[in-house]
Write a protein that binds this ligand. Structure first.
Ligand SMILES: NC(=O)c1ccc[n+]([C@@H]2O[C@H](COP(=O)([O-])OP(=O)(O)OC[C@H]3O[C@@H](n4cnc5c(N)ncnc54)[C@H](OP(=O)(O)O)[C@@H]3O)[C@@H](O)[C@H]2O)c1
Length: 321
């Protein structure tokens, strides 16, 4: 079948590992389902996979794509949940130490067909297109959990989103606005800040800019480049929720500020199947739609990946079949 895959780990030149070609049709084990892929979105995670980060070398070649939307053999339209763990695990599956995301152990969604456990295929509401639905399983689910499960922020409080144009950042802006938070955003260029404003940000700032007042919560996926600004932006008792470190991890924890102002730093990763169900319903009933910056046929995946590598995003990059 057609597939976009990482042939081998390449830490220095991830694009050199990218291959667009044929891979064997997957077999669905007992309890798993075959999904005909209609759309899948690109995540920074796919660049880590091409580099060989977070995946064992013996698992290559690996089909990319850790979220998607498609159709079951009986015609049901579905959104995929990417977190796959021990079927015997009960409770929050993101805490299962054996859990993996699609593309870490099991083949991903940039292909004609993907197989997933039956519970990982959730019904897609008819009001969401396949391209929109394909954005929900990773970046949007991560943003949903950061705000609604982890931050403890309440409507009327102020959130700062570091980074304007990324998949997780744009989701944070749209969801935060819909939840009644005051949404402040930093962006590296005027275009990116304008995008944030168009998505509902109340105020936008250059990266690292002094803010008019301290905020209740900061939402971090950037890491080293923005971390000290995030720490300085918080009110006493404020919270940073962090789910990524695109610019690198930051060893400077600023501990004196952390304990003296009684700040909280909370890690967040993906979300549960139940949270994905709640996010899908939230989008459906509130009329929220993921921000798609580029929609390309899957055969043109290289162009989308090049844009993400260059930092040229304007929301999600989606590949369609
Ligand atoms: N833990 C999880 O479950 C989870 C899930 C999804 C993503 N992540 C992580 O979250 C991060 C973002 O993923 P994504 O898919 O949203 O990536 P993306 O679409 O490529 O977005 C990258 C974002 O990072 C910002 N950025 C990058 N370098 C920066 C720098 N030097 N200074 C300031 N801002 C910078 C960009 O801001 P501008 O708009 O200003 O350019 C943009 O908003 C990645 O590290 C990814 O691995 C984690």
């Amino acid at each position: 079948m057609f597939a976009v895959y990482a042939a081998e780990p390449n830490p220095d030149d991830p694009l050199a590992s990218l291959t667009i070609g044929e891979r064997p049709e997957p077999e669905a084990p007992d309890g798993w389902v075959r999904v005909t892929v209609k759309a899948a979105s690109l995540n920074m995670h796919d660049l880590w996979t091409l580099r060989g980060v977070g995946i064992k070398p013996e698992r290559f070649p690996m089909i990319l794509g850790c979220d998607g939307a498609g159709v079951l053999p009986d015609g049901t339209e579905v959104v995929l949940h990417s977190v796959i763990g021990d079927p015997a695990w009960s409770g929050d599956e993101t805490l299962d130490p054996t859990r993996t995301l699609l593309t870490e152990k099991h083949q991903g969604t940039f292909a004609d067909t993907v197989v997933v456990p039956a519970r990982n295929a959730l019904p897609k509401p008819p009001g969401l297109s396949f391209a929109e639905a394909a954005c929900l399983g990773t970046a949007w689910l991560t943003a949903y959990r950061m705000i609604f499960v982890k931050s403890g922020l309440l409507p009327g409080q102020t959130m700062l989103v570091q980074g304007a144009s990324g998949g997780v950042s744009t989701a944070l802006i749209v969801l935060g606005r819909a939840a009644g938070l005051r949404v402040w955003v930093t962006g590296r260029t005027e275009d990116k800040r304008a995008l944030a404003t168009s998505l509902g940000a109340h105020q936008v700032f250059e990266s690292g800019a002094r803010l008019p007042e301290k905020v209740d919560g900061v939402f971090e996926t950037v890491g080293k480049a923005t971390w000290s600004h995030s720490m300085r932006a918080l009110k006493p008792g404020g919270v940073i929720v962090v789910s990524g470190s695109t610019s690198g991890p930051d060893p400077s924890a600023d501990l004196q500020r952390l304990f003296f102002l009684q700040l909280r730093v909370i890690g967040s990763t993906m979300g549960t199947r139940e949270e994905l169900g709640d996010l899908i319903r939230f989008c459906d009933i509130a009329g929220i739609r993921p921000t798609i910056g580029a929609e390309l046929p899957m055969e043109q995946a290289k162009a989308g990946i090049e844009d993400m590598l260059a930092g040229e995003t304007a929301g999600k990059i989606v590949f369609t079949r």
